[in-house]
Design a protein around this ligand. Structure first.
Ligand code: HEC
Ligand code: HEC
Ligand code: HEC
Ligand code: HEC
Ligand code: HEC
Length: 274
């Protein structure tokens, strides 16, 4: 009896240590952010005057920092060698001039750059058109949302009217997209096979989010209508699934009722014979 208690107590003690062990493992794991902070660009620039150190502060909250895209990924250079960090021979690109910014960002965002260059904005590059940083900023780039289309930002160069119409067309589609995602997730949670629909939704989501940069009302309207049509097809499948679940619930309830009835009858029969 006593042995069992001792073993049990030790087991419980071990069990209560598990969260602590997990925390310790998390803390000692070499974090990505920690590695990034060690690059010489950040070490040296932290001690420089505001104009050269401010980019670090802005970059820290950005989606690029979150994804481990650091100074040298954009500006080039050698992040390990302080003496040669900004040597052009180590690939240092310096600060891009305005007309070079789309290609600067477009090394990684190829599709967006292509759409942008073909748009009214890209065609006005260097002649009063906006570049990537006009709308997204340079160091404090955040996850892109339709909030970027707002009167303050879009009426700097022309009236807000066309921007407003484009945003409205996109907002409606975004609403449908999010609603469809939520419904599909609910089915996933109860174990339905959602793989095929998820793939369709993923590709629709991608074509939707690459829609904006052509800034052409007609194209946006046409594509938004096509995407909405596809989303409604997915919604129709989900509605069928809903009905199937409903039918299964009713059938289940029916089966339970029949069983209860049989049990009741059996009970009554036994009682009359007792
Ligand atoms: C040893 C210190 C030091 C290191 C390491 C360093 N920098 Fe600099 N950086 C400076 C100084 C000082 C300036 C301002 C004077 C100048 O432009 O040379 C500067 C300027 C810059 C500028 C602006 C240049 C311009 O033309 O205005 C950029 C961009 C830049 N650094 C990026 C980087 C990147 C990226 C790295 C890492 C690969 C890096 N720096 C590493 C000291 C450093
Ligand atoms: C996503 C790409 C990107 C990353 C990451 C990035 N920069 Fe920049 N940086 C730019 C662009 C673009 C400009 C030119 C800005 C403009 O014209 O608006 C610039 C400009 C600068 C300048 C010139 C002064 C200024 O603010 O315009 C310095 C200095 C600089 N960056 C340093 C850094 C340092 C240090 C880091 C790392 C903490 C860094 N940058 C990370 C894109 C980037
Ligand atoms: C070295 C590659 C690289 C460069 C150069 C680069 N980015 Fe990125 N960017 C990324 C990665 C990786 C992500 C995060 C994954 C994603 O969302 O695509 C990202 C995310 C973004 C996002 C958010 C996307 C979303 O899903 O909402 C925007 C906006 C963005 N970058 C704009 C820019 C701008 C503007 C520049 C130039 C100043 C730039 N990027 C330069 C790699 C890069
Ligand atoms: C006139 C403003 C504007 C300009 C110029 C602009 N963008 Fe955008 N960008 C937006 C808006 C608005 C969205 C969000 C669209 C949405 O939510 O569907 C966006 C979305 C993005 C995304 C996310 C796309 C995705 O698939 O989720 C990336 C990456 C991006 N922009 C990069 C860039 C780059 C790189 C450039 C320059 C070649 C650029 N943008 C020029 C306004 C702009
Ligand atoms: C830096 C200046 C600038 C900013 C900021 C700017 N635009 Fe533009 N925009 C232009 C120029 C230049 C043109 C081409 C001339 C014209 O059609 O007015 C243009 C054209 C357009 C067009 C017409 C495209 C066509 O094919 O007819 C739309 C729509 C548009 N912009 C939407 C936006 C939206 C949305 C924003 C904010 C996210 C924005 N713009 C921010 C400069 C700007």
């Amino acid at each position: 009896m006593r042995y069992r208690e001792i073993i049990m107590a030790n087991f419980m003690r071990l069990f209560s240590l598990i969260p602590l062990i997990l925390i310790a493992l998390l803390l000692t794991r070499p974090g990505l952010a920690q590695e990034t902070a060690e690059i010489v660009c950040i070490q040296c620039h932290s001690g420089l005057p505001e104009i050269y150190s401010q980019p670090i502060r802005l970059w820290r909250g950005s989606i690029h920092a979150e994804n481990d895209i650091a100074c040298h990924d954009c500006h080039g250079g050698d992040p390990q060698d302080a003496a040669n960090a900004m040597n052009p021979q180590r690939g240092f690109l310096g600060v891009p001039q305005e007309p070079d910014i789309p290609a600067f960002c477009g090394r990684c965002h190829v599709g967006v750059m292509r759409d942008y260059l073909a748009s009214a904005h890209g065609l006005a590059l260097g002649r009063g058109g906006p570049t990537c940083v006009t709308c997204h900023g340079n160091h404090q780039v955040l996850k892109a949302t339709l909030e970027l289309i707002n009167e303050k930002s879009c009426s700097r160069c022309h009236s807000y009217e066309r921007a407003r119409t484009i945003r409205a067309a996109m907002q409606e589609t975004e609403g449908l997209l999010v609603a469809t995602e939520t419904r599909l997730n609910d089915f996933k949670k109860i174990g339905s096979n959602t793989e095929k629909l998820e793939k369709e939704l993923f590709s629709l989501r991608n074509s939707f989010h690459s829609l904006f940069h052509n800034v052409n009302l007609e194209t946006v309207n046409k594509q938004a209508a096509r995407i909405q049509l596809e989303l409604k097809k997915i919604q129709a499948v989900l509605t069928e699934w809903d009905q199937a679940v409903q039918r299964r619930k009713i059938a289940g309830a029916l089966a339970v009722s029949v069983m209860l009835l049989i049990a009741l009858l059996a009970h009554l029969v036994r009682k009359t014979y007792d």
